[in-house]
Structure formats: C-alpha cells, structure tokens
Design a protein around this ligand. Structure first.
Ligand SMILES: Cc1cc2nc3c(=O)[nH]c(=O)nc-3n(C[C@H](O)[C@H](O)[C@H](O)COP(=O)(O)OP(=O)(O)OC[C@H]3O[C@@H](n4cnc5c(N)ncnc54)[C@H](O)[C@@H]3O)c2cc1C
Length: 384
C-alpha cells in the first residue's frame, strides 16, 4: 500500500468554503430543492451563482479565471453542497471534474484560454460524454466513430446518461478513431452546442438526483475541426481513465455529503421523536444505529481526504480514488437507508429529507464506475 502522511487538520480555506456554502445553501438551495426535485428542473441560474462564488472552477488556476484550489478544498466544497442537495453536488462535480477537468489536464494552451474562463465562471455549463447505450462499464468498446476527412472529423453515434446533455454549452466527447478493442483507438473532442449534426436526445426521468440533468447526445455527420481534438488522436481513452481518477474523488465527496446530511437529519429527529415516553435516541436499537452511521462516515471521510491529499501531492491515485469511491458510496446508501428507518413512517414521506437522501445516494454506487468496477480497479492494482 502507498505510504503517505496526510494532514488531518481542516485548513482555513476549507472552513471558509464550508461556511460560504452553508450560508448560500440555506438561502438559495434549501427553499427550492424539493420543487426542483419534483419537476426535475435543472436550475441553471443557481449554477451561474455557484460560478460567481468560484465553485464551478474550484481546481482551475487563477490565470484561467478559477478559484485555484486543490482537491482537499474541492472535496469540502462538494460534500458541503451535497449535504444539502446531492443533485446540485453531482452537477457541480460533473462540470468541475469531467468536462473542465479533462480540458484542464490535457488541452493545449489555446483551448485552455478559450474554454476554461467560460467554464470556471459557469458562463458556460460543461458536459462529458464517454458512456453509450451499449457500453457503460465497458466504455472502451464504444461505437461512436470519428472519421478523418481532411482537416475535419465526421462524428456519428450517440452517448447516453450524460450530465448536462441538454443544457451543456460545450461537451468533451470521446469517439472511436481506431480499431475496436484498441485502447489507443479513441480520441477526445471539444464540441460546442450549435455545431451542425450535434444535438441532445432524451432526458432521463430518474429515481434520484432529479435536479441534475441527464440526457443523450446524438451525432449525425457532425463535422468537427481537428483543432478541437484534445491532445493527440488516439489518446482519448487513456486521458479519460486519468480524468476518472480525479472524478472518483468527487463522487466519494458527493457520497460523504449525502451520508452526513442523512445522518444529521436522523440524529436531530431521534432526539425530538418520542415513543414509549422517551426520545427514540434513548433506545439502544436507535443509538447503536447512529453509532454505526457516524463511524462509517468517519472512515469514508478519511479515505476520501487521503485520496485528495495524495492527488494534491501529485501521486497516482487510481487505487486510492477507487477505494474512496467504493467505500464512501456504499456508506452513503447504508446511512441513507438507516436514516429512513430512524424516521419511521415519516421517513417514507416527502415531508422530511430522509427519502431524498435515500434516492440520491444510490447514484453514487453507479456513476463514474459502479462498485463492481471499482473492485476491478482495486483488485487489478493489488494483484499486479
Ligand atoms: C445520473 C447519471 C449521470 C451520469 N453522468 C455521466 C456523464 O456525465 N458522462 C458519462 O460518460 N457517463 C455518465 N453516466 C453513466 C455512468 O457512468 C454509467 O451508468 C456507469 O458507468 C455504468 O454503466 P451502465 O449504466 O451501462 O451499466 P453496465 O455497464 O451495463 O452494468 C450493469 C451491471 O453489470 C455490472 N458489471 C459490468 N461489467 C462488470 C464486470 N466486468 N464485472 C462485474 N460486474 C460488471 C455493473 O457493475 C452493473 O451492476 C451517468 C449515469 C447516471 C445514472
């Protein structure tokens, strides 16, 4: 295993970010979030406000208009937002880690100058398209093709389950430029909304994360200039795996926030709700649940901040980010489940927050690689 020190102190910036999000969330998110959830509204004006706070370009250096923070601050930002509303946390994570993150890590200077300032301020919303209807976990087997014709590529195919598939102003899209089965046969393109042959398809009607838009991208003879390729032809899939190493830390942070939110709501309720003439927290059956929830959250937090710290120190975090994502996402589901249980019948209604945490948490074991795929990444790493 990797030996490394980790700074367990919460930094000043993290405290400042947490406070800022708590204040912002109580005014701008909490009063509206159930309405967004019911109607599946993706609240674009809210994301512009998050952009003004620096939360849509957390990792983007100042020179490109971002906040210039590291992963530790990024984890704090996503988990604090997700403690309030997981779907806002998911959209923020996809915009920052996937679309913006891909451009930040692998684009050339001209592309960075053109796109990062718009993305970091949320003037533009970003999307990232890897998954296809028939290739999710097996993304390397994708069928969307990009065929070179002079200075252009002609792209045909479809991507599905894409966060901000409809509302995104720009998408980083991975398409096949070589043979099926060749991990160097795929290329990443930056494609702007409005490009001929590029359109959005079906918007998904989801169990949870309902204020985060998830939709299909369709490419029909979509002509993209070679200047929109990120890096070199053939590097797209390998770049994507590296983008996901960072992205998984953000899903671990999302999971952590949902678990904390579900726990805090259940803790408060357990002290207020009386049965048999005492608060339900006085029953050992309930207090032991709370003890287990708190312990799991602490462990998930340590794994997540450790992966973030290693990433900030320039280490390869494929294994550590997969471990953090696997553990934290399963913890989010378990804690949210116990949260509903502690609320009893009220937990099953929309009058209390427990049911939303429960619905939102499940995405965390699926998006950016399922729990089974995280085990594949971890086992390959420990067996090599
Ligand atoms: C809300 C939401 C937002 C998303 N946002 C994006 C986005 O912005 N961009 C993007 O590109 N994608 C996005 N995705 C797609 C997401 O990453 C995929 O759904 C995920 O990777 C799983 O792929 P799949 O749905 O095709 O499931 P499948 O790959 O079909 O998996 C089905 C089941 O089989 C299991 N399985 C598959 N292969 C193996 C194996 N080798 N060993 C053991 N078990 C296996 C899986 O773990 C799972 O349980 C999003 C998905 C959702 C639901």
């Amino acid at each position: 295993m990797t030996d490394s020190a980790i700074d367990f102190e919460v930094g000043e910036n993290q405290e400042m970010i947490a406070k800022m999000i708590q204040d912002f969330g109580s005014k701008e998110i909490k009063p509206f979030m159930m309405q967004w959830d019911e109607s599946q509204e993706f609240p674009i004006p809210l994301f512009r406000k998050l952009g003004a706070l620096g939360l849509m370009g957390v990792l983007v250096p100042h020179e490109y208009g971002g906040a210039g923070f590291g992963y530790q601050e990024y984890v704090t930002a996503i988990s604090e937002l997700s403690k309030i509303d997981g779907s806002i946390g998911l959209s923020m994570a996809a915009h920052n880690s996937l679309c913006t993150g891909h451009i930040l890590q692998f684009a050339n200077e001209e592309q960075k100058q053109k796109y990062l300032p718009k993305l970091a301020t949320a003037e533009w919303i970003g999307a990232w398209g890897l998954t296809e209807p028939n290739t999710g976990s097996d993304a390397g087997n994708m069928r969307t093709v990009a065929v070179r014709e002079g200075d252009y590529y002609l792209i045909n195919g479809a991507k599905n389950f894409i966060t901000h598939g409809r509302s995104g102003n720009v998408a980083v899209v991975i398409a096949r430029t070589g043979n099926v089965g060749d991990s160097h046969g795929m290329t990443a393109f930056i494609i702007e909304k409005g490009t001929a042959g590029f359109s959005a398809g079906k918007k998904e009607n989801k169990l949870g994360m309902r204020a985060s838009e998830t939709a299909e991208l369709i490419f029909t003879d979509c002509r993209v200039h070679k200047s929109q390729v990120i890096g070199k032809e053939g590097e797209g899939f390998v770049q994507s795996l590296k983008v996901l190493d960072g992205g998984r830390i953000s899903i671990a942070a999302l999971s952590l926030g949902i678990a904390k939110g579900a726990f805090e709501a259940a803790l408060k309720y357990s002290k207020e709700r009386h049965q048999f003439n005492q608060p339900i927290s006085a029953f050992q059956g309930i207090s032991f649940k709370l003890a287990e929830m708190a312990t799991k959250i602490e462990a998930a937090s340590l794994l997540t901040y450790r992966a973030a710290s290693l990433k900030d120190n320039g280490k390869n975090v494929s294994r550590e980010s997969a471990m953090a994502k696997l553990f934290a996402s399963e913890v989010a589901v378990e804690v949210a489940n116990e949260g509903v249980q502690i609320f009893g019948g009220y937990g099953y209604t929309k009058d209390f927050p427990a049911e939303k945490y429960y619905r939102d948490a499940k995405l965390c074991t699926i998006g950016e690689g399922t729990s089974e795929i995280q085990k594949l990444v971890i086992s390959r790493s420990i067996l090599k």
